[in-house]
Design a protein around this ligand. Sequence first.
Ligand code: Z16
Length: 824
Amino acid sequence: MATKKKTDQDLQLDKDQLKASIVRHLRSTLGTSEQKASPEAWWKATAAAVNEQVYERLTRTQQTHFKKDTRAIHYLSAEFLMGRLTSNNLHNLSLYKICEEALGELGLELTDLCEQEPDMALGNGGLGRLAACFIDSLATLNYPAVGYGIHYEHGLFRQEIQDGRQIERPDSWREYGNPWEICRPESVQEIPLYGYVETVFGDKGGLKKVWHAGRKIKGVPWDIPVVGFGGHTVNILRLWESRASEFFDWDVFNAGGYIDSQAEKAQAETISKVLYPNDETDAGKELRLIQQYFFCACSIKDIMRRYKRVHGSDFRNFAAQIAIQLNDTHPTVAIPELMRVLVDEEDLNWDAAWAICYQVFSYTNHTLLPEALEKWSVSLFEKVLPRHLEIIYEINARFLNELVEPKWPGNDAIKAKLSIIEEGDVRKVRMGNLCVIGSCKVNGVAEIHSKLVKEDLFPEYAELWPEKMCNVTNGVTPRRWLLACNPELAALYSEVVGKEWPLQLDKLRSVTKFADDKAFQQQFMTIKRHNKEKLVKVIKAETGIDVSAEAIFDVQIKRLHEYKRQQLNLIHIMALYRRLLANPDYDMHPRVFIFGSKAAPGYKLAKDIIYAINKLAERVNNDARIQGKLKVVFMPNYRVSLAEKLIPAADVSEQISTAGYEASGTGNMKMALNGAITIGTLDGANIEIAEEAGAENCAIFGLNVDEVKSLKARGYNPYDFYYANSELKAVLDWFDTDYFTPGRPGELASIKRSLLEGGDPYLTLADFASYSEAHKLIDTWYRDPALWAKKVIINSATMGKFNSDRSIQDYVDRIWKLKSCNVG
Ligand code: Z16
């Protein structure tokens, strides 16, 4: 019987079909009824109805990729910060409008149902969200791609604020089930850990290494469909959950060790239990190394299985078919793992295996901070992964003898620096060095950052391999970060430039010709006003604070870190407060400073800064003398879904890192795209944003990278700035009083201490005066509505470069060399 091949057209639902499907799922999947269903049940029923579409397209994508045997990218990342998926999937399937109508007829509001969804917060910040934007773009551009990561039971902690302080609470995103994930028991993997290595005689003569594992762990894959915009390609994000291996448990069990076997089970399940909440520091903990190996080994096995299904044990096509991207050093152990599989299990000789590995892997660096470049003690490595340590030694010896020695004969200092092994009291494995040595390409995430990777972080490697180092500037998906989060602006753009902009963000540039147009300015600013009014309600509901949409909304949202300099924003707000107290007529447009930020639980100073912001907020917000000209809001539990509400309402985007420290930033792109003006240093992607928008449309301040370097070289002394600037001195001295913590003087003193005695490593005081001037400029601009409107329109319209489709196309052209594959 000839069955007509289904097309996307055949799949497309109309409103009545979708409505019927939602009701059917409400009854049969959720087991409830229209009368008594909770909003949560309605949300899940809606998701189930959407999933019928998703799975049809997923199956079709997988069949097409299999049939065409396409080259694919495998994006290995310990973090994927997906946020919520309902509205995203509806938009990408072109179902959003009809779903809104279908639910409307059922007496429900789609936006309310979307609020039922917990964030999938399987990441810390920029790096994890970047991975989420990238898999969206890969699917949208019809590239065969698999995301691989860890199925954390608990994502990033939920932040509560109690008496101004951060309290961490467990996040349980799937406590009551998540409709977007599907378990794939048919693809379970088993991975070894611990044990010892034995040398035996191989069948073909010669010596072979056999790793006798001390433990085996089961990896259970959960797939999250990744729906491309337009709904053609549906790729997967495959997240591994750890379980006890039955095989191993039985041994213990039979020996009468029921209790022991339960303990082993608990241990095995610990591996994927919780995401480490440190964004830029590495804990060096055994469990974290095991997490990394666990998901890398499962992923490599999965890649192997799919390759061998077509090619058997002929590995000549492997490097042509498989590309693997390492998102930071977290998945580095995939390199020695692939070597181990090829050499020990598939019997390839070393050189053949290395030739494959070297072509397959590429590495993205996301930071220059030395404390974030992972190192593991050799003894830990030897205990957990004894065979991998041997392989790393072999890679290292060959690298040093064959490449370093000929290039720098007899130079032990360079050898020590480039070696994968750091010598010293505690010998360490340097994962960054292993990444560079084992990858064919290494990229930074913004032009300036990539330049610093090449010139300051890895200069000798760049000399050895000039072609290896490259740049791919980050980007964000315009589907989530404009179309879905800012529907009014999205509609305006569709009206003015046509409906193609979500796939071709460059199209927005033509809007710059309306930047001076009164009517367009008014439309644009009315939308901003609406978004601000919506945020006013959220702020009231979340914090109890009253703010006015008349004020300038000045937003700093990002992880808390000294280099990101929330403390600079803080001391500037204190300076404004002093000016207002000294002169109640001080001329400034009312300003609301909004913060959203989580601190790593062990990062004392970061937590002190959160406390100080909250104490300042309490004092300022309740001080009648300043007539509401200044408000400070700390929004608790900053996360993707909150960002989606803050970003469309921002007037001013705070991007104030010490130059040279923020690799790229991505919030900067999102806020500019949604019509905010950047107040920022010449750091990371800010530089490229100012290039696109024009420097006159950004408030750039502070030392640049070269000036930071030379000031540090001269010997930076924060006291010079403290004594030279009486306002700055007064503000810092305020920290020692009990002005913000009545009856408890000195509670905020650690901040002053870090900026003076602590040496102010991030040059906060050096940039203060220039930052303060930039804020005055912002204030004057804002008080000229036409000027402000013009600037924000130009900012928004010129952000085309920073869409993640462009980033992905750069990866494809410079690194992955993929072909897009049409599905259906
Ligand atoms: C992270 O989010 C980043 C770097 C890093 O070493 C670890 C984590 Cl969890 C960030 C960078 O700080 C940021 O500048 C960049 O935009 C982002 O990664 C994506 O590249």
